[in-house]
Ligand binder design. Structure first.
Ligand SMILES: NC(=O)c1ccc[n+]([C@@H]2O[C@H](COP(=O)([O-])OP(=O)(O)OC[C@H]3O[C@@H](n4cnc5c(N)ncnc54)[C@H](OP(=O)(O)O)[C@@H]3O)[C@@H](O)[C@H]2O)c1
Length: 255
């Protein structure tokens, strides 16, 4: 029964930005379930190294290369190369993302634009690149990595909250567009995890504690606590789930 629900053998999963942090963790989890794995980041060496590590550890075929999620032509080239090596993409995890923390009145337009481009336009470009093939084959999973900050506000995060909130509604719209073709589209909404993106918070004991104290479970998330949620949404276990947003935030947004 567990094999039928959660096995990804024979599937190809593309996780954007799986060179570190939550992306690398999710890539490892999907590889452990048997999927072939592809990733892109802006750094060629990091993408190649992460994929070599995963193929060595889990014995699955992998492909890593440089491709910026904001470039439609780079992403088209990446998808072509990944498909040639691993077969068509069955599962897309739109994970690549960035954050700049400043109040609106201090935020340069360039920083606003960059966050929107990577966090919101990137997932649009990547999903557009693989949805036609998924629909043709009548099976597919698109999982957008939003955030608890896609559902609530937080000061000093104008483009981050706007981009992640946009992803929540992109999830629902795309889910409606492709439901009749056997493809599901869902979002994961993590709370605070200790990754490079949160270095400024992790390095500041006052900020770290301010976050910790707001989490009902009383602690930041451990990286492997994303595994159950991503495996559920990527696998046959979630076959009747689409357009949903799964919170993994220790209860922060329940308040
Ligand atoms: N950590 C958290 O607490 C948390 C909470 C909620 C949501 N999230 C979301 O989870 C996702 C992963 O976060 P993380 O904390 O694991 O971040 P991270 O450690 O900073 O990793 C981000 C990844 O995205 C890649 N990337 C960034 N810009 C890119 C671009 N334009 N094109 C391609 N790849 C790009 C990075 O590689 P390069 O820099 O080499 O390109 C890196 O591989 C993000 O979407 C984030 O918003 C994180």
């Amino acid at each position: 029964m567990f094999e039928k629900l959660f096995s990804l053998k024979g599937r190809t999963a593309w996780i954007t930005g799986a060179t570190r942090g939550l992306g690398l963790q999710m890539a490892r989890c999907l590889a452990a379930a048997g999927a072939r794995i592809a990733t892109n980041s802006r750094t060629s060496d990091a993408a190649t190294a992460a994929m070599e590590e995963i193929s060595g550890e889990f014995g699955v075929t992998t492909y890593g290369a440089a491709a910026d999620v904001t470039s439609e032509s780079s992403i088209a080239d990446f998808v072509k190369a990944a498909t040639e090596r691993l077969g068509p993409i069955d599962i897309l995890v739109n994970n690549a993302g960035i954050n700049f923390r400043k109040p609106t009145v201090e935020m340069p337009l360039e920083e606003w634009q960059k966050v929107i481009d990577i966090n919101l336009t990137g997932p649009f470009i990547c999903s557009k690149a693989v949805l036609p093939s998924m629909m043709d084959r009548n099976w597919g999973r698109v999982i957008h990595i939003s955030s608890m900050l896609g559902t609530i506000g937080l000061a000093e995060r104008p483009p981050y909250t706007a981009s992640k909130g946009g992803l929540v509604l992109l999830t629902k719209t795309q889910a409606l567009e492709v439901a009749s073709k056997g493809v599901t589209v869902n979002a994961l909404c993590p709370g605070p995890f200790a990754t490079e993106m949160n270095k400024a918070l992790l390095d500041d004991p006052v900020k770290y504690e301010a976050f910790r104290s707001k989490i009902p479970l009383g602690r930041w998330g451990e990286l492997d606590e994303i595994d159950g949620a991503i495996l559920f949404l990527a696998s046959p276990a979630s076959s009747f789930v689409t357009g949903s947003c799964l919170m993994i935030d220790g209860g922060w947004t329940a308040q």
